[in-house]
Write a protein that binds this ligand. Structure first.
Ligand SMILES: [Zn+2]
Length: 182
């Protein structure tokens, strides 16, 4: 696993759903190797989150950081979510190698269930940016991208990395999503 092995948007392998891992295979040798490679990549690249489909591995695995600590989740499912949404600036390693930024609405909090790499079943409540990171990665499991979630009124702020850094103070701030009445 390295930065060159990350698929880029336009590659059909990034679309379509990833498959759940059978419970009895969570601790298989093959899957353990994937967990350790994913965690290694996350740490080496100092990333906040990661998922398997971007490496052309059609399995439902997500890593997020909760209080900076990486948590690897297998077959995670959202079972509860907030009514309010917040916009966050996001980029994606699969879209122009992370050099395109957009303001993306995400649920303020979510409750999820999934399995740890030990096989233990856990439920977690994620809030704020951690919840947003999870929602970003979950879209990869479904074959979608953050660009598909951006509100129409914010599409003009789909910006390149240089402009994002240069004009950050002039671009909209992250914050609560206002209801749009059409
Ligand atoms: Zn992404």
């Amino acid at each position: 696993m390295n930065t060159d092995s990350i698929l880029q948007i336009g590659n059909p392998a990034l679309t379509g759903k990833a498959n759940p891992i059978q419970i009895t295979k969570i601790t298989s040798k093959e899957n353990k190797k994937i967990y350790s490679e994913l965690l290694g990549f996350l740490k080496k690249q100092k990333l906040q989150s990661l998922s398997t489909p971007i490496f052309d591995i059609k399995k439902r695995i997500i890593i997020i950081r909760k209080n900076k600590k990486p948590i690897l989740l297998i077959n995670p499912v959202v079972f509860e979510k907030s009514k309010t949404e917040y916009n966050y600036w996001e980029n994606c390693l699969c879209i122009n190698h992370g050099k395109l930024w957009g303001l993306v609405p995400r649920y303020q909090w979510i409750e999820i269930v999934g399995h740890l790499k030990s096989g233990r079943r856990v439920s977690l409540k994620l809030t704020g940016k951690t919840a947003a990171d999870f929602q970003h990665q979950r879209e990869h499991l479904e074959g979608n991208f953050f660009t598909q979630r951006i509100q129409k009124t914010n599409l003009e702020f789909l910006v390149g990395e240089n402009e994002y850094k240069k004009f950050k103070t002039k671009l909209p701030k992250p914050g609560k999503v206002k209801q749009i009445h059409l």
